[in-house]
Design a protein around this ligand. Structure first.
Ligand code: SF4
Length: 460
């Protein structure tokens, strides 16, 4: 029997946010700027030692050598490798500004290098980047230090450099092994190459290797995607992220190069997801939630069993809620009760730093209502259940009165076996876990007030 039937996947396929933040980034406002950001950095600095939340760093490297047609990321396609050295100088300026406001040597327990393509940078530049970060922050032993790797840009030697620089987690962008699909999305990477790199990662002692897959790409069929899944099962990465391709050519220009007639139909897409869920769970993977799978002994699966999952801009995490300093063009940070986003264009980013300013261009100071709803949404998204009392005590509210309207909406989802309501709390059912963001959306004040949900990707 299927883990989840195509009928259910179709029935609950509505658009929804991914809740890597709440409120979601489309709610950020330009009224939040540099002065607000500096204020919240000072608030963090004035916390007594030991009372500050842990610190995470995200560094966005926007450059890519060639364009993948499905891309919806903020990136710059260039062959000019020298752009990385200039960018590194600006990242350094941005880090120095942070040290001035936060103090030197703040302990960091999580670092993620994302993009774009972080491995666009040469080994020397990556070494300089890490040395620069270490000169201003203290990386604590046992932290999670991860980097996104484009298999086309590395070999075993480069992976060894990443290990020597202190990275202990790798995430490979694979998407699909089928040559026709790779050609249609303009991303050719031979299967053998990916196998060799992942085997090398194991030899080099990386603690966790993630592989990203995408279903719904042009030229994909259920048969071709089954073959990719077979290969993934042989490869056996520790984690798998399985994303749905959302074709939004009006919003993402590169997608205009994808021919709509090459895309699998909605029902094929649903079949691919249902088969992937079956194949991966049969192969022993634990469905963590929201597109993520992990082997049972991976820290993410252990955290799920123990109710210690968290959620941040990279998806699910084992790390407790931390302040996130985001560096680089377009990156989004979270400090205290605020979110902030850097300038999306390189010109704006560079201009601000040349003037000695943080390149923050928008953000949000969360209201008390936002904070309460964020706790509710994250409890549902991470633990799959919520005790009313925990919110009552933490926020001095009466949950059932404050969320009477939402509880009424949940009755509908209860009738469809997605949640169970009791006198004391909300439990997401095993079926509901596959559509958990639909449950979370009930508590999203903005979504509930907004009819234009088509701005978000489909739930599946
Ligand atoms: S998908 Fe990744 S590697 Fe491809 S263009 Fe976009 S950011 Fe670059």
């Amino acid at each position: 029997m299927s883990v989840i039937s195509p009928e259910l996947l179709t029935r609950f396929d509505v658009s929804g946010p991914r809740y890597t933040s709440y409120p979601t980034a489309d709610r950020f406002v330009e009224a939040f700027g540099e002065a607000d950001y500096i204020q919240v950095l000072h608030q963090r600095q004035s916390c007594r030692v030991g009372q500050q939340p842990p610190l995470s760093l995200y560094v966005h490297i926007p450059f890519c050598e060639s364009l993948c047609y499905y891309c919806a990321c903020n990136k710059i396609i260039t062959q000019h490798k020298d752009r990385a050295a200039t960018y590194l100088r600006y990242l350094t300026k941005e880090v120095i500004l942070h040290s001035q406001h936060l103090g030197q040597g703040q302990p960091v327990s999580q670092l993620h290098l994302g993009g774009g393509t972080p491995t666009f940078m040469s080994d020397e530049e990556l070494g300089q980047l890490m040395a620069m970060l270490r000169a201003h922050f203290t990386f604590v032993p046992g932290g999670e230090y991860s980097v996104e790797v484009d298999p086309r840009t590395v070999d075993e030697g480069r992976l060894a450099v990443l290990a020597a620089l202190g990275f202990n987690r790798l995430s490979f962008g694979v998407q699909d092994f089928d040559p026709a699909v790779q050609k249609a999305v303009h991303r050719i990477q031979p299967t053998e190459q990916v196998f060799q790199l992942i085997e090398a990662s194991r030899r080099l002692g990386f603690e966790s290797v993630n592989v990203d897959l995408i279903y719904g790409l042009p030229m994909q069929t259920t048969a071709s995607f089954d073959r990719t899944l077979e290969q993934i099962k042989r490869l056996r990465p520790d984690r798998i992220a399985l994303y749905a391709y959302a074709h939004l050519p009006d919003r993402f220009k590169p997608q205009r190069r994808i021919h709509a007639e090459d895309l699998p139909s909605g029902s094929t897409k649903v079949a691919m997801l249902a088969r992937a869920l079956d194949a991966l769970t049969e192969a022993g993977y634990v469905y963590i939630g929201m597109d993520h799978f992990a082997l049972p002994d991976d820290p993410l699966a252990v955290a799920k069993r123990q109710g210690r999952l968290h959620r941040n801009f990279q998806g699910y995490s084992t790390q407790a809620d931390s302040d996130l300093i985001a560096l680089g063009v377009s990156s989004i940070g979270r400090v205290g009760a605020t979110y902030s986003q850097n300038a999306k264009t390189m010109d704006e980013y560079v201009d601000a730093l040349d003037q000695g300013r943080f390149p923050v261009v928008r953000g949000l100071a969360l209201s008390r209502d936002d904070l309460i709803r964020r706790s509710v949404i994250m409890a549902l998204m991470c633990q799959g259940h919520l005790q009313f009392e925990s919110i009552d005590l933490a926020w001095m509210v009466d949950f059932k009165t404050s969320f009477a309207k939402e509880l009424l909406l949940l009755e509908d989802l209860q009738a469809q076996d997605l949640v169970q309501l009791s006198e004391t709390g909300i439990q997401v059912t095993p079926t509901g876990w596959f559509f958990v963001r639909g449950v979370a959306m009930v508590f999203d004040r903005y979504v509930q007030a907004d009819q234009s949900r088509h701005r978000f990707s489909k739930i599946i």
